[in-house]
Ligand binder design. Structure first.
Ligand SMILES: C[S@@+](CC[C@H](N)C(=O)[O-])C[C@H]1O[C@@H](n2cnc3c(N)ncnc32)[C@H](O)[C@@H]1O
Length: 268
């Protein structure tokens, strides 16, 4: 199995509970991405790595019935969840496709977009610069690429993850790690990626989100996104016990995780 198949498998299995465990994070992050990308009525938008539709839905609402929003995701479960969200919101201007964002050109031959969104996904791609170049290549002249990435977390998150690791070590085989391929650190790096990707008028900004999480929510939260990869080796028969051990090791009043997201926008 290659890295992409592994990554899409992890997100496929996460799709049933992604952002649905009472710990809002991706939703507010995506709303801010759409606010920064500022789609308007009639615009055509591509949402690369759309997940369950956190940015696709507000983008489709912003472009209205005369616009078009196409979501693309490599994980079938994410595509199914996004399609259900499109139906639930009655958004006939939106559609979602199963596929690799790096192959968007072949999947959407000749289509050009006013806005391309890449929310919380560039670090899963083997070559982020190649990805930025190919996503920028899908823009109409004057179109905008907008990306977000989690770049920093607080000591509280490091403490929480340390406690998780300690409590679950007896149950995990050590196999499986979060499927990130890159960290994409400083603002200079995002600016460089966008510049070398052929964009101009680049703006980068960091926004910090406070994510409150109770001790009893941690287990479900871990399973609901990329971090589940390190828990999947726990045998089914031991999962209830592992969960209990984890919850017993966490402070009762939970944590507030300060997570900093970097937004970058640029124009073709
Ligand atoms: C952390 S989630 C973000 C989802 C969504 N953009 C959001 O903000 O909630 C990353 C998503 O990127 C998708 N993804 C990763 N690599 C991809 C690729 N090469 N092509 C399409 N989707 C990809 C994953 O399947 C997953 O749904």
């Amino acid at each position: 199995m290659n890295a992409k198949e592994y990554m899409s498998g992890v997100f496929d299995r996460a799709s049933g509970t992604y952002e649905r465990v009472g710990v809002p994070f991706f939703g507010p992050v995506a709303a801010e991405l759409v606010r920064r990308a500022a789609p308007g009525p009639g615009d055509h938008v591509l949402d690369a790595g759309c997940g369950t539709g956190a940015s696709l839905v507000p983008a489709a609402q912003a472009v209205g019935p005369t616009g078009r929003v196409v979501g693309l995701d490599l994980a079938p479960g994410m595509v199914a969840a996004a399609a259900a969200e499109i139906d639930r919101h009655g958004l006939s201007q939106a559609t979602v496709l199963l596929g690799d964002a790096e192959q968007a050109e072949e999947l959407l031959p000749g289509e050009r977009f006013d806005i391309v969104l890449a929310g919380m996904m560039l670090y899963f791609l083997p070559d982020p610069l190649a990805a930025v170049r190919s996503l920028a290549g899908l823009l109409k002249p004057g179109g905008r690429l907008a990306a977000s990435l989690l770049v920093r977390s607080s000591p509280a998150e490091a403490e929480l993850l340390g406690l998780v690791e300690q409590a679950l070590r007896p149950y995990t085989s050590g196999a499986g790690s979060a499927p990130f391929q890159h960290t994409l650190g400083g603002p200079e790096e995002m600016t460089r990626l966008f510049e070398e990707g052929g964009l101009s008028g680049i703006a980068c900004a960091d926004v910090t989100f406070d994510v409150a999480i109770g001790a009893e929510q941690v287990w479900d939260w871990l399973w609901s996104a990329a971090r589940r990869a390190s828990l999947e080796s726990i045998p089914e028969s031991l999962r209830a016990e592992a969960r209990e051990a984890l919850e017993a090791s966490l402070p009762r009043d939970g944590f507030v995780l300060e997570r900093t997201v970097r937004y970058a926008t640029g124009q073709l």
